[in-house]
Design a protein around this ligand. Structure first.
Ligand SMILES: [Zn+2]
Length: 285
């Protein structure tokens, strides 16, 4: 009986195919190629959509500098890499110099680093208490200790922690593949490790009015300081130089879009401000 036979072949192929053919999330990550869909420019356009309260994602124009880098390809010049390193404060600058010629991570299948993922720490968490008055200078807000001392996990949760005065602490060197999204840890698994670097940018949170769950919080406005945008730009140029290509900038929430319990960070990330600092750094070199 041909029909049932064909049907069962079809069912079999439908059941076995999704493992590789399935695309994950709104930016359509392929399990096979470990890449989001489209050209670098199309990927950046999807991954840099504005993340609003409760993880509502809205399209926004890319800064001209990002359009240029994503369209033209290539990599940072030696002078641009040097300018990025020079922008770093000590002691991170010495650490960055020490590792400046080391390769960046790759996946177990040998695919190179491709995505530069921006997060906010959503910490400290103030629940129903107000944010500190002098937020950017606050010692608790800027303290790296909780990221170092296993408050959140046994190992640091990201490659980089960047506080509100622009200080940087490296939880993992960029040679080390490290996961910090659900896409990597729960959906694709260890095969994805090494494809992403993760930058945790310090921004506190508190409950939205009437909220009781950590999924219903908000951050201060402005969300990040000028120093944080400057350092995000410098880290982006530095990691891109080491990777030998302009990495595709992304955000935690857009990487994990549609995955259950996806985090809503970064909140209040001003793409224009990031673009301005990036343009400035590249022009000065
Ligand atoms: Zn995150």
């Amino acid at each position: 009986m041909p029909r049932p036979a064909i049907a069962s072949v079809l069912v079999f192929s439908l059941l076995s195919a999704p493992a590789l053919a399935e695309e994950i999330g709104e930016c359509r990550f392929s399990r096979e190629t470990l890449t989001f869909a489209g050209t670098p420019l199309e990927q950046a356009t999807c991954l840099l959509r504005k993340v609003e309260l409760r993880a509502v994602r809205k399209p926004q124009p890319l800064p001209p500098v990002i359009v240029r880098l994503m369209s033209d390809g290539g990599e940072p010049s030696a002078a641009q890499k040097a300018a990025a390193i020079a922008a770093f404060p000590e002691p991170y600058r010495s650490y960055a110099i020490q590792h400046a010629d080391a390769p960046t991570s790759q996946t177990e299948e040998g695919l190179p680093l491709l995505y530069f993922v921006i997060h906010d720490t959503s910490h400290p968490f103030y629940a129903n208490d107000p944010f500190p008055k002098r937020l950017n200078a606050d010692l608790q807000v800027n303290d790296f200790a909780p990221y170092m001392n296993q408050t959140f996990a046994k190992a640091p949760v990201a490659h980089i922690f960047l506080n509100r005065v622009g200080q940087i602490w490296a939880g993992h060197e960029f040679q080390e593949g490290w996961r910090a999204t659900k896409l990597e840890s729960r959906v694709v698994g260890s095969r994805a490790r090494g494809r992403f670097v993760h930058i945790e940018t310090v921004q506190p949170r508190r409950f939205l009015p009437g909220a009781t769950s950590r999924g219903q919080t908000y951050g201060p406005k402005p969300g990040f300081t000028r120093e944080q945008y400057r350092m995000l730009a410098a880290l982006y140029v530095y990691t891109s130089a080491r990777a030998g290509r302009w990495l595709i900038p992304a955000q935690h929430n857009t990487v994990d879009s549609t995955i259950p319990e996806a985090h809503d960070d970064p909140q209040n990330f001003e793409l224009k401000a990031f673009g301005r600092e990036l343009e400035k750094l590249l022009e000065a070199a």
